[in-house]
Design a protein around this ligand. Structure first.
Ligand code: NCD
Length: 362
């Protein structure tokens, strides 16, 4: 998606040139712009996370999880951001990302409001992108965005940077581009359930790797771990895009591309299944792709390593037979719940609460 196509009722007029200049910057320069010292000012890309930051977030997620087990701890955590408000702007369908962000806000005591259907907002009256974003920022202290356009959240962050209310933006799913907070919860989940953590493990990503934003962000984050090997398993039409492959090569991550799902299964420590992202079809092209051989069925389980975990960002269609759910290696329901703690930890950290929280004993 071209920057000039960022729409919200009408094309952004003023400031578009500024965004285009920003958007064209190398990722490293953008990361500096999106940070406040060691902290994230906005969360837009997987590349914003370095290893120390991921480790801090994992620790804070665990701590929040432990703290909120008691009513006293839960009440304490809910007092910390009771003076803050968050907006969830989700113009694409969402169940778990929406609910986990909303409930993570509530865990921290933040009040929430939402727009899930832009047709009910003033964008329909022709308000510009910039005016709409500034309006959201007038009422809240954080904006969490899911949008079909790859650059929408980035553009919002750029717009707010130049205003007197530069409220943080979190990308909760950007088109076919990235979904960094899903990658965060995926990393947390792998770190929690893989024996010995993520270093040296083989991660198998299966399905629509071309348009799946979760697998793109997750692959990029794997550059932070030592000796990780990626098995990129997809039909030829859905291969991982060259930009991610180039980043993996630069980051020294070994990867193999294959269509042999059953063959790759026995090598994986994490089997990460995804669905076909056919909402991004231009002319129904997904229907021509045969995905029947990229489905995890009970008969495959004998091939999966005894200590492997099976993940899926969900929602699933038929990539994982429901009979697999009962297998102890099926971790997708735990993975889903982990989104609550990792998203709460991310927001707590963005509001400068890491130290305060860690000082409170669980
Ligand atoms: C994913 C997404 O929206 O990209 N879902 C999610 O956030 N858990 C994956 C998908 O929709 O296939």
């Amino acid at each position: 998606m071209n920057a000039s196509q960022t729409t919200m009722g009408g094309p952004a007029k003023s400031g578009l040139a500024a965004f285009e200049t920003f958007h064209a910057l190398p990722i490293a320069d953008k990361i500096a712009f999106l940070s406040r010292g060691r902290e994230l000012a906005h969360c837009l890309f997987a590349e914003q996370f370095d290893k120390p930051l991921l480790e801090r977030l994992i620790r804070l997620s665990d701590h929040l999880r432990a703290l909120t087990k008691t009513k006293e701890g839960d009440d304490y955590v809910a007092s910390l951001l009771s003076n803050k408000r968050a907006m969830l702007y989700f113009s694409q369908p969402s169940t778990r990302t929406f609910l986990s962000f909303q409930n993570a806000c509530h865990i921290l005591g933040m009040k929430t409001c939402e727009i899930r259907d832009p047709r009910t907002s003033s964008q329909m009256k022709g308000e510009t992108f910039e005016d709409s974003i500034r309006t959201f920022a007038s009422y809240v202290d954080l904006i969490i965005i899911r949008h079909v356009e790859n650059n929408f959240a980035e553009h919002a962050a750029r717009v707010l940077h130049d205003t007197h209310r530069p409220v943080p933006i979190i990308n909760a799913g950007a088109g076919t581009f990235q979904h960094p907070t899903q990658a965060l919860l995926d990393v947390y989940t792998m770190n929690r359930y893989l024996d010995g953590g993520i270093d040296g493990k083989t991660l198998m990503l299966v399905g629509d790797l071309k348009r799946g934003r979760t697998v793109r962000s997750l692959a990029l984050m794997m550059r932070l771990y030592r000796g990780v090997r990626l098995l990129l398993v997809s039909p030829p039409q859905f291969r991982m895009q060259p930009d991610v492959l180039a980043a993996l090569e630069k980051g020294g991550v070994r990867y193999e591309e294959t269509s042999d799902f059953a063959g790759a299964l026995s090598e994986a420590d994490t089997v990460y299944m995804t669905r076909v992202q056919d909402e991004h079809d231009v002319a129904g092209e997904s229907s021509a792709v045969n995905i029947a051989s990229f489905v995890l069925r009970p008969e495959h389980l004998a091939r999966v390593k005894p200590k492997a975990i099976i993940l899926h960002p969900l929602p699933r269609r038929d990539e994982i037979d429901p009979r697999v759910d009962a297998d102890p290696r099926a971790a997708y329901w735990r993975q889903e719940r982990n989104g609550l703690w990792t998203r709460a930890a991310l927001m707590a950290m963005m509001f400068g609460l890491e130290k305060t929280l860690l000082e409170r004993r669980a």
